[in-house]
Design a protein around this ligand. Structure first.
Ligand code: FAD
Length: 303
């Protein structure tokens, strides 16, 4: 089955942008191809006119630390993220989410940029980027700029990035400092592929005594058509003791204010409602323990 007519492997961002320009909206960006090409094959899609493969652009394949941020190129694979010591310690939730995507073959080629550009609200990498308050660097409307990662999402499978015109370049976020930590867990069907029943990433910051929540960020997905934060639950944690009672109260509030939907492929709304409690209890407890001990070893990463 023919999947494309023309295939390009630019070596620089400028080359990729001039190819996008040349094809005037008729080309598609491809990275690992684990969404784009798998979907094209499954749906018997007519061949794409042109594919622009961004995985030979060194700038998009790098993880680096600078100016107090961790930068991850859009073409960085899930395996690269799992192997990064800087991300394991500074953004443990991202290693935990990228480490459960598909199997090793998928993680070796699938990219974080592809996970976000595909724009499904429960993409595992996306869920953690939201809790990390990550920004995305994009070439959009003819300009290079930074947007909050949540601003890229318009609805399920709908991105602000215009197909054939825009390019996602990478991400940046601040790694955890002392007394800060993250955690990610998900619920997946045993034979499930592609997307979880529900995923949850949290970031917590504790006070100097490591006994009180100073700040919290909670990303549970899917709740709505776009990824987002549980702002009311986050606010309810601030100033409260970092203990089991506070976490249970946060869970109760989350179950009142978050309304997941039934998906015929994954789970009922009732089941997801119950899973909010399971996931929040596990992730908040783990993140608090990590922030208190100053030790964060990623859990649940596949081999
Ligand atoms: C067997 C299997 C299991 C999977 N399991 C999971 C899972 O557990 N969790 C999960 O979240 N996902 C899962 N996925 C989905 C997929 O692997 C991820 O979403 C992956 O991160 C997509 O990355 P990619 O590089 O392969 O994207 P591609 O397929 O190359 O691209 C996806 C989309 O993004 C666009 N795109 C890619 N890069 C850019 C860029 N830099 N700029 C602009 N647009 C871009 C493409 O045009 C396309 O529309 C699974 C897929 C398979 C096949």
């Amino acid at each position: 089955m023919k999947l494309w007519n023309h295939y390009h492997t630019p070596r620089t961002v400028d080359e990729a942008l001039s190819l996008l320009d040349r094809y005037a909206g008729e080309a598609r960006i491809v990275a690992g191809g684990t969404d784009l090409l798998v979907d094209a094959r499954a749906e018997g899609h007519p061949p794409h006119h042109a594919l622009i493969d961004i995985t030979s652009i060194p700038e998009l394949r790098n993880i680096r630390e600078a100016d107090g941020f961790i930068y991850i190129g859009a073409g960085v694979t899930h395996t690269q993220i799992v192997k990064s010591a800087a991300i394991a310690s500074g953004a443990t939730c991202l290693v935990e989410s990228c480490g459960v995507v598909g199997g090793p073959q998928v993680r070796n080629v699938a990219t974080l940029g592809g996970n976000v550009a595909h724009a499904l609200p429960a993409g595992d990498g996306t869920t953690s980027l939201v809790a990390l308050e990550a920004e995305a660097e994009v070439f959009h409307e003819g300009q290079r700029k930074w947007l909050h990662v949540t601003e890229l999402f318009l609805g399920p499978g709908q991105s602000v990035l215009q197909t054939g015109r825009d390019l996602l370049l990478g991400f940046r976020f601040r790694p955890c400092a002392a007394r800060e930590a993250t955690a990610f867990k998900r619920i997946m069907r045993p034979q499930g592929v592609a997307l979880p029943i529900m995923g949850c990433a949290v970031w917590v910051g504790l006070d100097e005594a490591r006994a009180v929540f100073e700040a919290a960020r909670i990303s549970i997905a899917p709740i709505g058509p776009k990824p987002g934060r549980a702002a009311e639950v986050e606010a309810a944690l601030v100033g409260k003791p970092a203990n089991g009672d506070t976490i249970e109260a946060a869970i109760q509030l989350a179950q009142q204010v978050l309304h997941p939907r039934t998906s015929k492929y994954r789970a009922t709304a009732d089941y997801r409602h119950e899973m909010i409690a399971v996931l929040l209890r596990r992730t908040l407890t783990l993140a608090v323990e990590r922030a208190q001990t100053g030790t964060a070893v990623p859990e649940g990463v596949g081999v």
